[in-house]
Design a binder for this molecule. Sequence first.
Ligand code: SF4
Length: 97
Amino acid sequence: MKEARFFQKGEAQEVQCGLCPHHCRLSEGKTGVCRVRKNIRGTLYALTYGKVTSIALDPVREKNPCTTSTLVGTSSLWGAWAATSGARFARTGIFPR
Ligand code: SF4
């Protein structure tokens, strides 16, 4: 658990998260729509920070009309638990060979 970024403190230990379009306004002890950000004593915390639930690595190939294809790197997909619209948060990146 880590203190979250992108939130504002309000009155009476209320916070407003600005990370995604839901803009959840949370009173003390409540979690957002995603269920992974929680207001604890007027501060928003990311409950799943650093917890990865899945990793996938896929080869990235460049098509070339003269040859078949060339491996140019590896794509990675990282997922973590969250419940925004039923989808999980994910981050992608391409890493050269
Ligand atoms: S759904 Fe989660 S990330 Fe989005 S605004 Fe609400 S608390 Fe923040």
